[in-house]
Design a protein around this ligand. Structure first.
Ligand code: RIB
Ligand code: CA
Length: 320
């Protein structure tokens, strides 16, 4: 009988956010993972709201042991575009009535929390950013050697071979801070990009969302309370009869990488002020991987997914 592998130690950098909440409770219900901490960033809501929500989610999951460190309230080089309240609600969690957060955030800011945790456990921690990449970029600027001490990064963001969702060119997390994203995709560590190429092919249907009402635990009750709002947004925009599973895709990849197909290319981010701002550009022909794409590691870009299997796995963990 082989002994189970040690859990993958992760820090989730997050802007909760309905799908962020799903990814957090999914990770907490997965013994393959150890959630070392959450760090928060502006994005779906203002960062103060995201921090309150991160603590609320941990309260509901009974995980008062997991620290939450607050991070950036705005991008590096542009004004904050403002909260996506039409997607996630004004309070960031479908305007569901939720108890106040039980505690204050960690005394360190997100970037310094990440640096402290990573340097205390060299090679052990995987960063899982599922919001704008501002905190990760700031941590890299403060400690340029940070990537060499990381196990890697599994990032929800970008769109390699499909259109954007925040603009025709760009995905929401990237367009919220293109300069930060371009720094992060240049990190010298293993990076997995969980972009729209796979997240928009991973659909939790309305029927599956309704089935969550039959699950008797507090995490599922949170999911049942917040997912209908997110589903209504998708349907109102002509999307699927359900939701695109964005942030949870990072968790499914970490625990079941066999569900995904990958291409390896270096990635740059359009930081111009034109219509392409925020587009993630892989360099497919290595002969062209010179100049702006030169001396960048390949990013493992997820391009194929068994969407139904990934959703089934998330629902199985929600029921645990
Ligand atoms: O494009 C989807 C991403 O933007 C997800 O992380 C969602 O939470 C929003 O932040
Ligand atoms: Ca998010």
């Amino acid at each position: 009988m082989s002994t189970p592998a040690a859990p993958t130690r992760i820090i989730i950098d997050t802007d909760p956010g309905i799908d962020d909440a799903m990814a957090i409770i999914y990770a907490l219900a997965s013994p393959e993972l150890e959630v070392v901490g959450l760090t928060t960033v502006f994005g779906n809501a203002h960062v103060d709201t995201c921090t309150d929500n991160a603590i609320r989610i941990l309260d509901i999951a009974g995980r008062h042991d997991i620290p939450v460190a607050q991070g950036a309230g705005r991008p590096m080089a542009q004004p904050y575009r403002g909260p996506a309240d039409y997607v996630h609600g004004v309070n960031g969690l479908a305007d569901a009535p939720l108890p106040a957060p039980s505690r204050a955030p960690h005394p360190l800011d997100a970037a310094h929390f990440i640096i402290d945790q990573v340097l205390a456990a060299p090679g052990e921690i995987t960063l899982v950013p599922v919001g704008p990449l501002t905190n990760i970029a700031l941590a890299m600027l403060l400690r340029p050697d940070l990537p060499e001490h990381l196990a890697g990064m599994v990032i929800m963001g970008g769109n390699a071979f499909v259109p954007g969702n925040a603009s025709p060119a760009a995905e929401a997390n990237i367009i919220n801070d293109p300069e930060a994203a371009d720094i992060v995709f240049g990190a010298d560590c293993p990076i997995v990009m969980c972009g729209l190429d796979v997240t928009e092919r991973t659909v939790m249907t309305s029927a599956q969302i309704a089935s969550i009402n039959d699950i008797d635990n507090d995490r599922a009750r949170l999911a049942a309370a917040i997912l209908p709002f997110y589903r209504d947004f998708h349907v109102s925009r002509g999307g699927p009869d359900g939701i695109h599973v964005h942030d949870s895709t990072c968790i499914s990849y970490l625990i079941a990488p066999h569900l995904y197909g990958v291409q390896h290319h270096p990635v740059r981010v359009d930081c111009g002020q034109g219509v392409g701002r925020g587009k993630t550009w892989p360099s497919l022909r290595h002969s062209l991987a010179t100049g702006p794409w030169g001396n960048r590691r390949n990013v493992a870009i997820l391009t194929e997914v068994d969407g139904p299997a990934a959703v089934a796995l998330e629902l199985e963990r929600l029921a645990r």
